[in-house]
Design a protein around this ligand. Structure first.
Ligand code: PHE
Ligand code: ZN
Length: 885
């Protein structure tokens, strides 16, 4: 474990490396506890002169076995080797030399899942961000690009499959006598220079499915997906998604694949979603395996998105990589944008956009408004692993989306083309990226660039006035940005707001703007206050603004409930229509919260309840959209709206009260639509069928909300023929009718049905971890002792412990502090094995200061208890200290 040293890395300290490694030859002798790694590195000085300083290579928990330069073993006096650093003081007087390093590693004992490790008996690697230094000493930084040749040797029975990056050049036991009996080898060569974080190998015994793809220019690419034996059929959807991604990247971004093979390997122990290693993507099996009996529609959508994301990295990340880790959003934000666009094209654009925004608000907004806030491009870090955040990824994607909004689709594409052309083979920066868009468009993006440099969610206030006599509309806009950690003074942002003035017939009124700041349907807000006048407006319009969520901001608008209801029925922008309804929900819920806190019973406007019913019935809207429109803001969303001295129990009560009111007002219609949405044909995971299932399951939740209304959900559970419906029915039973005999029976049935399927048991963990109320603290404690749980496996830990803390407000924030205590203990237990995963789930504490004083105090105590542990990992110490600061 990398123990915290207090060292801080700063963007302004960037210096190019004095030494380069144009060529890397690796030989692995794979063994569970004694893997030998021989690295033969061609080292060249950047200057072309003999070296004038020591060569310092990165390591992490390494054991050096031998060291030679140009074939000559080094004597002990000329270097120092520690587990985390190799310093060679005496170097040849030449600009180029060969360094041979032999290290020994124990994959079997590597529970951090970084570097070379074993998962279900297979050898696998994870090198981003700094895992390669756990394999051999190296210049482990993304701006050192090298051409790799990798020779893998292993026991033929234990690891008949040997994969690495690039193309296979040789394999076999041909050179008889050269290998010990029972061993074999394979040699892989990757012609594209790459940073060490993109290195990968896999050795093991896996099943596979194969396919092929012909690129636009006629190159034949062999595709392989490797999974546990017996699960091959479950990889079919991922393969289809891969081929669709490859075609889409050609059509939409003009990007073609560049090697003869593209392999994907699914492993069951993985810290993140997946990894874009050149030509050899390694995936959390959750994002590969799917069939109707074990995967939900959300799982299918997740697979499609992650397969695309990793594939798209081949150009945005691999061909053009990052100069340093401060530039992480250069590859991640851009690639998320690309995968979002892909999914939008494959499915429904409006539905996809709403889902993105819900995710952004639930994950990124609280990050940006709490103690862990950081710019999309951070300026400093203590532990880079903690910067794989929704700010870098999701807000990073929003920033790219805004560039497109500002430039328009055509100039955006020209900018991307120039970026690929100019920077292919480079380790680039955000400045490089912005420059291409400035060049193709002639626009000045310097103010816009603040989206990369300033943390925090801007807020925009809007007021509209209509002057009937003058036939004029005036908009007043004002922007503000609250201070964030280490950024007390903020500069004004360039905020692109897509808008429309909606007439009484529901159509947009064609407008003429007087003065600057409006371009087509986009308002460019660049000053603190901005006033925009529209002339020749025939009637009082209703303002629809931030359409499509064109900017990731908080919007405060003076608008009547009637106007919002009008937009919720008529806005031509489907995102804005959904937003209008969601704002109405939020207002009703915060008011209900205050009523409940005041000791009274909340009531809801009949017009709102009727609007919900009308939306549910509106067949002009696709079912998936209606399902989203019927989904109330989550407890976390409501908490964010309230802001401070939060009482999670009152939030839950307010939300339940609105659910019951909507259900009571629309019971008959909901029951009818519920029946109408029943499946008619065989199962398909496509968006249309998934949409019908999601509407049906949202309605099931409403219909099962009244106490005792358990029958429909119980029979839905029993008759379910796919995982979406089965898990949804189980969640409704567990969350709405907790403790009923039907719920107990269904939970037991689910467990016995799916015991051999860890990914499905994860759903069972998640559903139970999110049952509202304090009693869940004990449930989680007991489930941690369940035979299906493993503290070593990230998916299990996230499903049970992570979900409990991140998605169960009333249990995690139990007033007596028992939820915090359970969680803090679990985090420390995870940390001893896997600091990255521990640090990630520990971010659930981030909003602790917005709680009411009693809970705040208990949360702080739990955080302090963690921070007082000695030898905390750099990962966990960084999160805990920033959260407490
Ligand atoms: N780069 C991976 C991605 O595609 C994420 C990742 C980061 C995976 C670090 C493993 C370790 O987003
Ligand atoms: Zn990525």
């Amino acid at each position: 474990m990398r123990v915290d040293t207090g060292q801080v890395f700063k963007l302004e300290d960037y210096k190019p490396s004095e030494f380069l490694i144009p060529e890397t030859k690796l030989t692995f002798n794979l063994h569970p506890t004694k893997t030998l790694v021989q690295a033969e590195l061609t080292i060249r000085t950047r200057s072309g002169q003999p070296p004038n300083a020591a060569l310092v290579l990165d390591g992490d928990e390494l054991v050096l076995r031998s060291l030679a330069i140009n074939g000559k073993v080094l004597d002990a006096a000329s270097y120092t080797a520690t587990p985390d650093r190799l310093t060679i003081n005496e170097l040849p007087q030449a600009d180029t030399f060969t360094l041979s390093i032999e290290t020994e590693v124990a994959p079997e004992h590597n529970k951090a899942l970084s570097g070379l490790y074993r998962s279900s008996g297979n050898y696998t690697t994870q090198c981003e961000a700094e895992g390669f230094r756990r394999i051999t000493y190296f210049l482990d930084r993304p701006d050192v690009l090298s051409v790799y040749t990798v020779r893998l040797e292993a026991d033929s029975k234990e690891a008949p499959l040997l994969l690495s990056n690039g193309n296979l050049v040789e394999r076999g036991p041909v050179e008889s006598g050269a290998l010990d009996s029972g061993r074999h080898f394979a040699v892989w060569h990757d012609p594209f220079p790459k940073p060490s974080y993109l290195f990968a190998l896999v050795g093991g015994d896996l099943g596979s499915i194969k396919d092929s793809f012909t690129t636009a220019s006629g190159r034949e690419v062999e595709l392989g997906i490797y999974v546990e034996h017996g699960k091959e059929e479950r990889a079919a959807y991922a393969m289809a998604a891969l081929k669709r991604s490859m075609r889409w990247d050609e059509e939409v971004f003009g990007r073609e694949y560049d090697l003869d093979v593209f392999n994907i390997v699914a492993v069951s122990d993985f810290n993140m979603g997946a990894m874009e290693n050149k030509g050899l993507n390694i995936f959390n099996d959750k994002y590969v395996l799917a069939d109707e009996a074990t995967a939900s529609d959300a799982d299918y959508a997740g697979i499609e998105a992650v397969i695309a994301h990793e594939y798209f990295h081949n150009w945005t990340g691999n061909r053009i990589t990052c100069r340093d880790w401060f530039q992480l959003c250069l590859k991640e934000g851009l690639t998320v944008f690309r995968d979002h666009e892909f999914s939008a094209d494959q499915r429904s654009r409006a539905v996809k956009r709403i889902a993105e925004v819900r995710g952004l608000r639930a994950q990124q907004f609280p990050e940006d408004q709490g103690p862990l806030a950081h710019p999309v491009r951070p300026r400093r870090y203590r532990e880079i692993n903690n910067f794989y955040t929704s700010t870098v990824y999701e807000k990073g994607s929003e920033v790219v989306r805004m560039i497109r909004t500002i430039l328009g689709a055509e100039d955006f594409r020209r900018g991307m083309d120039l970026y690929f052309e100019r920077h292919d083979g480079d380790a680039a920066t955000i400045e490089d990226f912005l420059r291409v868009f400035e060049e193709v468009s002639g626009r000045d993006l310097s103010q816009f660039a603040l989206w990369y440099h300033q943390a925090g969610t801007p807020s925009v206030q809007v007021a509209m006035r209509h002057d009937a006599d003058k036939r004029e509309v005036t908009l007043h806009l004002e922007q503000a940005l609250a201070p964030t950690p280490s950024e007390s003074r903020k500069r004004l942002m360039h905020i692109p707001l897509q808008f429309g003035l909606v007439g009484q017939d529901g159509r947009d009124i064609a407008v003429k703007a007087a003065g600057e700041g409006v371009e087509g349907d986009v308002i460019h807000l660049r000053k603190r206050h901005q006033t925009i006048r529209f002339t020749d407006v025939p009637e009082r319009p209703v303002l629809s603004i931030n359409r499509g969520f064109s900017a990731p901001i908080m919007l405060a608008m003076e608008q009547t409930a009637e106007d919002r209801m009008f937009l919720a029925r008529h806005d031509s922008d489907l995102f804005a229509r959904w937003q209008a309804l969601t704002t109405l929900y939020t207002q009703a819920l915060t008011q209900a919260y205050r009523t409940i806190r005041g000791g009274s019973t909340p009531e809801f406007a009949p017009a709102l309840l009727a609007l919900v019913g009308d939306t549910a019935r509106n067949e002009a809207l696709e079912p998936a959209y209606r399902a989203l429109a019927l989904s109330l803001p989550g407890e976390g969303d409501i908490a964010r709206e309230i802001g401070q001295t939060i009482d999670p129990d009152a939030i839950l009560a307010a939300r339940n009260a609105l659910v019951l009111a909507i259900a009571a007002a629309n019971a008959d219609d909901f029951a009818k639509i519920y029946e109408a949405m029943a499946a008619s044909g065989p199962f398909s995971p496509d968006a249309a069928d998934a949409g019908r299932r999601s509407l049906r399951n949202v309605l099931l939740d409403y219909l099962s909300a009244p106490a005792g209304d358990v029958k429909r959900a119980a029979s839905r559970y029993e008759s379910a023929t796919n995982m979406t419906d089965r898990a949804a029915a189980l969640a409704v039973l567990a969350h709405r009718q907790s403790g009923s005999p039907e719920t107990v029976a269904a939970l037991a049935d689910f467990e016995s049905r799916f015991r051999p399927e860890p990914l499905v048991i994860d759903k069972w963990f998640q559903i139970q971890a999110t049952v509202p109320g304090t009693a869940t603290v004990n449930t989680v404690r007991e489930l941690m002792r369940h035979s299906g749980f493993s503290i070593d496996n990230p998916n299990r830990v996230r499903s049970l412990v992570g979900t409990f803390a991140a998605a169960n407000q009333t249990a995690f924030h139990a007033a007596d502090g028992s939820g915090y205590k359970l969680f803090a203990d679990a985090v420390l237990e995870v940390e001893r094995r896997n600091p990255q995963v521990a640090a990630r789930i520990a971010t659930a504490f981030r909003s602790w200061r917005s709680l009411e004083p009693g809970r705040q105090d208990k949360a702080r105590q739990a955080l302090v208890a963690i921070s007082q542990h000695r030898d905390l990992s750099s990962d966990l110490r960084d999160i805990v200290e920033r959260t407490l600061a």
